[in-house]
Design a protein. Structure first.
Length: 261
């Protein structure tokens, strides 16, 4: 995983640069149909389009930022995800939506996330006295002309964790001395995501198919955890579900992909 920012020439006139502004949060529109699975975690994502050639500096800024997330109630995991081509595709493969990095934070509950967003730790992480300075630096320093980062919020369900003991990833801010701004960082895990557009009214059926499937992930070499994510807002990209799995590395993912689990 990985992250960074550039000129906001492509942003809507008057649009806020901060992805957590009231304007950009837009958290209404989540499905409320009876029978949907209960959320087990709450997830906040930001999608970044980073300028070519700025990737290493972008990652360095994230690696060196201040953060007290580990001390906060309800915080579970943070990762900066650097997008990579699917297995078998050319190194210059481009995704249709062109996002190159995603910041990904898992919270115990939505209330925990909102407490962080409105509290001093958020202010610290975004520049101390000026809540917009960190994100503004990212936008002005690394992003393409297509605009500021775009947030996405999710409810996590059907979580499945390996029963094997895994080393806890605690590199965190200041924990990557190799973040020199010259080379992109070596990954700590490999994340695979499948995105789905489920028609309105079919959400319950979709979730039940996932809930009733037989999973053989636990015990596979390199498997860490799985979750199904339901959008907690009106999508800006037609994607309202994501299946996500975390592996030790790409080789472990490919081993599963080429098997029958």
């Amino acid at each position: 995983p990985g992250a960074a920012v550039v000129a906001d020439a492509g942003a809507r006139e008057g649009a806020s640069k901060c992805p957590f502004s009231k304007e950009n949060m837009a958290m209404e529109g989540a499905p409320t149909a009876d029978g949907l699975l209960a959320g087990e975690r709450y997830i906040a994502m930001n999608r970044f389009q980073v300028r070519d050639g700025s990737e290493a500096q972008f990652e360095q800024r994230w690696a060196q930022r201040k953060s007290t997330l580990l001390q906060l109630d309800g915080f579970r995991w943070f990762g900066l995800l650097r997008r990579v081509p699917p297995t078998g595709e050319a190194p210059d493969f481009e995704y249709p939506d062109d996002y190159s990095y995603v910041s990904f934070t898992i919270w115990e509950t939505k209330k925990n996330f909102n407490s962080w967003r409105k509290g001093p730790a958020f202010k610290e992480a975004h520049g101390g006295g000026n809540i917009f300075s960190f994100v503004g630096m990212i936008v002005n320093g690394f992003m393409t002309s297509k605009g500021p980062p775009k947030p996405a919020f999710w409810r996590s369900m059907l979580m499945e964790k390996t029963s094997d003991e895994k080393p806890i990833l605690r590199s965190g801010p200041g924990g990557r001395p190799d973040a020199d701004g010259q080379q992109t960082l070596d990954p700590e895990v490999f994340v695979s995501m499948n995105r789905f557009t489920v028609a309105e009214g079919r959400e319950q059926e979709f979730e039940q198919r996932w809930a009733k499937r037989e999973s053989k992930l636990d015990g596979l070499p390199g498997f860490r955890y799985f979750q199904l994510m339901r959008r907690d807002q009106t999508p800006d990209d037609d994607v309202n579900y994501i299946s996500m799995a975390v592996w030790d590395d790409r080789a472990a993912f490919d081993n599963w992909r080429n098997g029958d689990a």
